[in-house]
Design a protein around this ligand. Sequence first.
Ligand SMILES: NC(=O)c1ccc[n+]([C@@H]2O[C@H](COP(=O)([O-])OP(=O)(O)OC[C@H]3O[C@@H](n4cnc5c(N)ncnc54)[C@H](OP(=O)(O)O)[C@@H]3O)[C@@H](O)[C@H]2O)c1
Length: 315
Amino acid sequence: MHIRPFGTTGMRVSAIGLGAWQLGRSTHWPDGPDEAEAVRIVHAALDAGVTFIDTAPGYADGASELNIGRALTGRRRDEAIICTKFGYLPDGSENWSASEIEASVARSARRMNVDHVDIVVLHNPPPEILDGSRSDHYDVLQRLQDKGHIRAYGASVDWSADLDTAADTSASTAFEVRLSALYQEPWPAVGRAHDRGAGIIVKVPLESGWLSGRYTADSVFTDVRDRWSRADVAVRAGLVREFAALLPTGVSLLSGALRFLLSYDAVSTVIPGTKSVAQLHSSIAAAADGPLPAEVVGAVRDWYDQRLAAAPLDW
Ligand SMILES: NC(=O)c1ccc[n+]([C@@H]2O[C@H](COP(=O)([O-])OP(=O)(O)OC[C@H]3O[C@@H](n4cnc5c(N)ncnc54)[C@H](OP(=O)(O)O)[C@@H]3O)[C@@H](O)[C@H]2O)c1
């Protein structure tokens, strides 16, 4: 497993991290792993050298943090850098009050059976909270960092403008950013945040599963992805074929998707959402060869600029 710096924070993280949105069986993920498989996933991740886990109080309707806690019991705490979030509660409701941050972080740590979490990001906050000149949230997080309760903080965002806002109005050093071969809008702001010393966590790297290579224009989604119309599915299937055609012979779609992201020094860790030990192992193997050749990366960037930049894919 390749290890990369998390910006200039002093933390070092595995190139492939564990995306734990799906780490539990829940209303949103009825086909997610049960408790035993969730624990096996975390153990297999740590055993394979994964040192970064991304979760949130609301993931898998609250089961994700609890399953991480079950898995970490008896394990060395320092095996993993744990990132959790603030804003959504296990029951799906939202509470953005800055005065709730410290208690929320403490509850996350308790659920995960750890004495502290390493990174806390605001979970796609509303604009008035994302902008540090209009909110107290980053000040509260800075105080937690100063007291040694957390090691870094920031925000989870989807767009360049939001990343720039958070970076310009706070001393954040951790950003979780949506990025994939099919969704490259945030690259410019990612570069700027990296230049300021922030660590970058890449979320949704497989474009919600599309870049695993399992899906076609005929695929039917029955989980949260049922938001896509038949036309949306057909568009994505076509884009996946176009991206695959840019990859060197012998490089699978999964491998090309993960290695494209890891071709950028600005990226600290890429966190595929993982539902099984088999998916975990195949993602790790697919990324093992590291960055793609520079000419392939350039071709994927050019293709995106011509094909999608004017109208980026929505969720
Ligand atoms: N607002 C936020 O902060 C936010 C939002 C979204 C995600 N995230 C974080 O980012 C992580 C990743 O995002 P995501 O899960 O939404 O999207 P993703 O990583 O692009 O896609 C995950 C899906 O791809 C499929 N998959 C994963 N690995 C695979 C493999 N090796 N082979 C075949 N299929 C594979 C699985 O679905 P199927 O098996 O059903 O195809 C899995 O649910 C999440 O777990 C979470 O930690 C954060």
